[in-house]
Design a protein around this ligand. Structure first.
Ligand code: ADP
Length: 270
């Protein structure tokens, strides 16, 4: 019995050491994430800068006098800089969300109307590839949610643009809603290339791409889904994905139901 206090002290020391070890491991992991992130950012920034720089210097070195190519080179430089701008904007959004500088602005709004607006934005891209964009609700049947209107708009833009981007040609992107308790589940479904099971858990990581080289040509920043995940988590819920290679993917998330009477005039995102 006299040994018991010693035994207890031993156990406490042991537990303390185990906790400290865990803390150290977590810090090491975070440090590794940070290093990897900085390396990725530098690489992603370098690519468009390098391209724009190349075109501008070629013009300065004389190509400016060549009427055939000068417009094309300027266009290409401009496009690279637009990509750079997109990347920096996405990085800023992510960092604001992480430092908690972003306050959620909850409102009641009509998400059916929002989906129509997002579709309008992508009408041309979809048409070029022969993809139908459909909102699967009965005409005039409006669905209201209570959430941050601007941020949910961004979520829908990112999901719909991916759905189009990762469908080769001729397919459909469908958005539909299901009522579930006091919430509404929003689904974005495509019939595109799908996501391999081993990649599903990683696609929400910053800069993670299933096809390392090819998807870059498609113009994404690699941050779209990381932003989606953050925004949905700020709404205290999670994004779900169900996907099958060559069949397609369904992304979904649940939001609290909103009240039509309380909804303001829709925001203008144009
Ligand atoms: P990106 O700018 O590369 O599109 P995202 O963060 O939006 O970055 O997506 C990460 C990766 O997840 C994409 O590169 C792609 O490999 C995969 N992905 C995202 N959405 C889809 C989809 N609807 N169908 C197939 N793959 C997808």
């Amino acid at each position: 019995r006299a040994l018991n206090p010693l035994k207890q002290i031993n156990e406490e020391i042991f537990e303390y050491a185990a906790n400290k070890q865990k803390e150290i491991n977590d810090l090491k992991k975070m440090e590794e994430f940070r290093r990897e992130f900085v390396a990725n950012v530098s690489h992603e920034l370098k690519t468009p800068i390098f391209a724009a720089q190349g075109f501008v210097h070629t013009l300065l070195d004389g190509a400016i006098d060549n009427k055939k190519v000068r417009y094309k080179f300027l266009m290409k430089a401009g496009k690279s800089l637009d990509g750079l701008d997109m990347l920096v904007q996405d990085l800023l959004t992510l960092s604001q969300m992480e430092t908690g500088d972003i306050k959620m602005n909850y409102e009641h709004f009509n998400i059916s109307m929002m989906v129509r607006e997002v579709f309008e934005q992508f009408e041309e891209d979809a048409e070029k590839k022969g993809i139908d964009l459909t909102l699967k609700v009965k005409e005039l049947q409006d669905t209201f949610v209570f959430a941050d209107e601007r941020r949910i708009y961004q979520v829908l833009v990112n999901l719909v643009s991916n759905a189009i981007k990762y469908t080769k040609k001729e397919g459909a992107v469908e958005v539909y809603f299901k009522s579930e308790g006091n919430g509404v589940v929003v689904y974005v479904k495509d019939y595109g290339r799908g996501i391999p099971t081993e990649d599903i858990d990683r696609i929400f990581e910053r800069f993670y791409r299933v096809e390392k080289s090819r998807s870059k040509d498609k113009g994404g920043t690699g941050l779209g889904l990381a932003i989606v995940k953050h925004i949905i988590e700020l709404h205290h819920t999670k994004v779900k994905v169900v996907s099958e290679v060559n069949k397609g993917s369904v992304f979904s998330f649940k939001l609290p139901k909103g009240k039509m009477e309380a909804a303001n005039e829709p925001l203008n995102f144009a």
